[in-house]
Design a protein around this ligand. Structure first.
Ligand SMILES: C[S@@+](CC[C@H](N)C(=O)[O-])C[C@H]1O[C@@H](n2cnc3c(N)ncnc32)[C@H](O)[C@@H]1O
Length: 303
């Protein structure tokens, strides 16, 4: 195993956060995806980083080989599938008035916050990431003078922390209004954490949404689909190469993931596949099975 690969889960600190190894190995992937969004006109050039360009260029030959085994879908195309589906679910929820504020966790260098805060000037859009990444995003936005939207904020948080200044409840206190319905988004995060960390995170999300109700949207890869097809196993290896470590496939099938979301406190949950969006969205189409699921989980207001 190459030396860049690190063990999966580490001991927790007194705040409940992982000791940072899992989180840190994930961070470079935000440069890669950040560049994919820029290449595909989903983000301004200001969010492109030299690391993103270098990583994308270095991994492109491996990704092309993996795609040959994987129904022709490259990692870039799968990323575009997930980004566009998440955009659509979020857009529908905002446009129909079911959501008044957005908290995008692990936003990395994504341009979604910028796009949505321009499209919906009244919207509060808070992006949170680990301190280093959020600092980097804020300075990229400042340098390009893209930090001019009063409702758009980039803050530091650690989604695994249960206590302390970076813990969710504390980090968003000044920015998120508990009396208004909220959407929480995680993109490109869940499959890098072990199952107990993910389910703890989902419980905290459901509790956060409880007062006014709201939505949770995320991509997810399940084991059944990812492991069953030899082609998809290749795809998993490509993801692991990309993330410099293991990708966790927590649930065998969609209904197990759905049950875990309900158990965490969501009122209803569905998982869709790219092919469910055919006819609605322009998405790259694999020759074989879809390897991606997108979670849309709602929490009704308590009481
Ligand atoms: C694959 S990137 C995805 C970035 C962005 N969502 C996108 O799709 O372009 C994963 C992001 O998760 C962030 N991250 C990792 N561990 C985290 C944690 N414990 N709390 C908050 N963000 C974390 C990384 O810093 C990185 O920006």
């Amino acid at each position: 195993m190459p030396s860049v690969f690190r063990p999966l889960s580490r001991p927790r600190s007194s705040t409940g956060a992982a000791d940072g190894a899992d989180s840190k190995r994930i961070s470079p992937t935000a440069h890669y995806t950040g560049y994919v969004w820029v290449r595909n006109t989903l983000s301004p050039r200001a969010l492109r980083t030299p690391q993103g360009v270098a990583l994308f260029t270095a991994l492109q030959p491996a990704m092309r080989v993996a795609a040959r085994f994987n129904g022709g879908l490259t990692l870039e195309q799968m990323l575009l599938q997930r980004h566009r589906i998440i955009d659509r679910i979020l857009d529908d929820a905002i446009a129909t008035g079911r959501v008044a504020q957005v908290l995008e966790i692990a936003g990395g260098m994504s341009g979604r916050g910028l796009r949505f805060s321009r499209r919906y000037p009244e919207l509060t859009y808070v992006e949170g990431d680990l301190p280093g990444m959020s600092r980097r995003k804020r300075s990229a936005l400042q340098e390009a003078r893209l930090d001019d939207r009063p409702g758009h904020h980039v803050i530091a948080l650690d989604v695994l922390a249960e206590r302390g200044p970076l813990a969710l409840a504390e980090a968003i206190r000044e920015r998120v209004d508990p009396t208004r319905p909220l959407a929480i988004v995680t993109e490109g995060l869940v499959n890098y954490f072990p199952r107990d960390a993910v389910e703890g995170m989902w419980r905290r999300f459901a509790a956060l949404l409880a007062p006014a109700g709201g939505l949770y949207v995320s991509d997810l890869h399940t084991r059944g689909e990812t492991e069953y097809y030899a082609a998809s196993r290749v795809f998993r290896r490509a993801l692991e190469l990309f993330a410099r470590g293991s990708v966790h496939l927590h649930y065998e099938r969609e209904d197990e993931a759905r049950a875990a979301l309900l158990e965490a406190g969501f009122t209803r949950a569905r998982l869709s596949r790219p092919r469910d969006w055919r006819g609605t969205l322009e998405l790259p189409r694999p020759r074989g099975e879809d390897v991606l699921r997108v979670i849309e989980a709602w929490r009704a207001p308590a009481g």
